[in-house]
Design a protein around this ligand. Structure first.
Ligand SMILES: Cc1ncc(COP(=O)(O)O)c(C=O)c1O
Length: 472
């Protein structure tokens, strides 16, 4: 139908049924709406005057007026100033928008995204019981604004739990509840910035989000290399940073554990430079070959601010972490809360306290530990079979494995090709500030089932073979 051409009522008769129970004005509305949506009545098409259309359709004028008014209100029609009603349909109807065919994404065979725990294993029943217990027993007063440093019961339970499991030296007053490691780090950086710090040393490679958090808090992250013994403390001396973020228990992504001599050297540096060590106790809950190394905080509570989280044990969606800072930093940290810094919900904090006190968290850790060990063993077997030229770096710990690839591997091409084959894995280069010294992959096994692991590694090996650099 052409613009400004007047429609004929008979065209609208199509689809209208006088014997139907649906009133005539509703049927007319429907017929008009369909004609406009399908493009049969184009933008600007003039509709017959209500009197004329009523005569053509042998119905009362009221029926037509009612239908026109309804569709005008819905935006399909417009009443013209000089009289008359026209179709208003400036954009082509959605059905008619030509679509460029988008290739379907490849089906995901296995997701090796690092650092994500088995989210399907979240202890739902135990969490529900903990929440139920909390909601039933909570005095009304506890629904008021909570204490700035966190709910007292969680701070007490965490201080005992951290002392028992990680040798952290604190009491309830020393624990500040926050939303996770990233959040705790932000708070520490803000306090240091107010005290005149300009830089924070960070591990290279490392989780880029932590460097971003440092920058967002107004400080400059200074990259310090990591080798097979962990953070290179000699390189730290060559910076002017007086704070460092380090993950001694299991470095992400290198997978290494800070060696005993580096631990001593790091604490010497902190003492001599009057510096602060931010200890990210990353993955400490999951060490499979032996007990995890003790915390630096346990050795030097006045030099070390300890950071922990439930992101790797329960899931990042829970959004609770903790910070145990040297006493002299605490008032300033708690003071930030008074300026509107968010605290996790009281109900969630209390539920977590109950989960820990009832032993449910320990049970969950035992269960997940044994399932991660099985996955890690499956992964090692599959790697030995399909990618024998690759080398695994680091400790038997955590939720990821660091794989150093043969020199002829083209990391970026391999990651792309693996993705095409349905295997999602991260390249080691993604975590380096510059170019990574050698090609590698970071394979998270927190979410992968054992069969998926075997199939995924076979596909990775195929991707390696088809993308490796020729001539090497
Ligand atoms: C090195 C490192 N530290 C800590 C975390 C946890 O951070 P958050 O508690 O903010 O989730 C992660 C998460 O992947 C990480 O990679």
């Amino acid at each position: 139908m052409q613009c400004d051409q007047t429609t004929r009522g008979s065209e609208l008769l199509l689809g209208m049924d006088r014997s139907s129970d649906t009133p005539m004005h509703v049927q007319l509305e429907g017929a008009l709406r369909d004609a406009i949506r399908s493009g049969r009545f184009a933008d600007g098409t003039k509709l017959p005057a209500s009197r004329v259309l009523a005569a053509e359709l042998s119905c009362s004028r009221w029926v037509v007026v009612e239908a026109y008014q309804q569709l005008t209100a819905e935006g399909y029609l417009q009443a013209r100033a000089g009289g008359g009603t026209v179709v208003f349909s400036p954009s082509p109807p959605a059905e008619d928008i030509p679509r460029t065919p988008v290739p379907a994404p490849p089906a995901v065979l296995v997701d090796f995204e690092p650092g994500i725990p088995d989210l399907a294993a979240f202890p739902r029943s135990a969490w529900l019981r903990a929440l139920q217990h909390t909601v039933r027993s909570l005095p009304p007063h506890d629904l008021n604004y909570g204490a700035d440093a966190g709910v007292p019961v969680l701070r007490r339970v965490l201080s005992e739990h951290l002392a028992r499991t990680r040798g952290v030296r604190t009491d309830a007053d020393g624990v500040l509840v926050c939303a996770g490691v990233t959040h705790g780090l932000t708070l520490l950086c803000e306090v240091l910035r107010e005290r005149g710090h300009r830089q924070v040393a960070v591990e290279d490679p490392g989780w880029p989000r932590l460097s971003k958090a440092v920058r967002r808090a107004g400080l400059t992250p200074v990259q310090v290399p990591v080798d097979e013994e962990g953070l290179v403390v000699d390189a730290l001396w060559r910076t002017s940073a007086r704070a460092v973020l380090v993950s001694p228990a299991h470095q992400f992504p290198a997978g290494v554990v800070l060696s005993p001599s580096r631990r001593t050297a790091l604490l010497d540096w902190a003492r001599e430079c009057d510096a602060v060590v931010f200890e990210d106790d990353y993955d400490a809950e999951y060490r499979y070959d032996r007990r995890p190394v003790g915390t630096l905080q346990g050795l030097a509570p006045d030099q070390v601010a300890y950071l922990g989280t439930v992101s790797k044990t329960l899931g990042p969606g829970v959004g609770i972490g903790w910070l145990v800072a040297p006493g002299e930093l605490r008032p300033a940290l708690v003071g930030l809360r008074d300026c509107g810094d968010p605290v996790p919900a009281t109900l969630d904090q209390m539920a977590l306290a109950h989960l820990i006190e009832s032993g449910s968290l320990d049970r969950h850790l035992r269960r997940t530990r044994s399932s991660y060990v099985e996955r890690l063993n499956t992964l090692r077997t599959a790697l030995a079979q399909h990618l024998p030229g690759a080398r695994i770096q680091g400790a038997d710990a955590g939720l990821h494995l660091t794989l150093l690839l043969p020199d002829d591997a083209d990391e970026a091409a391999l990651v792309r090709e693996a993705r095409r084959l349905g295997v999602l894995a991260a390249g080691l280069g993604d975590y380096h500030s510059g170019t990574s010294p050698r090609p590698g992959l970071v394979i998270g096994y927190g979410q992968a089932r054992r069969r998926q692991i075997t199939e995924g590694i076979a596909a990775l090996a195929e991707a390696y073979r088809t993308t490796r650099r020729v001539g090497n």
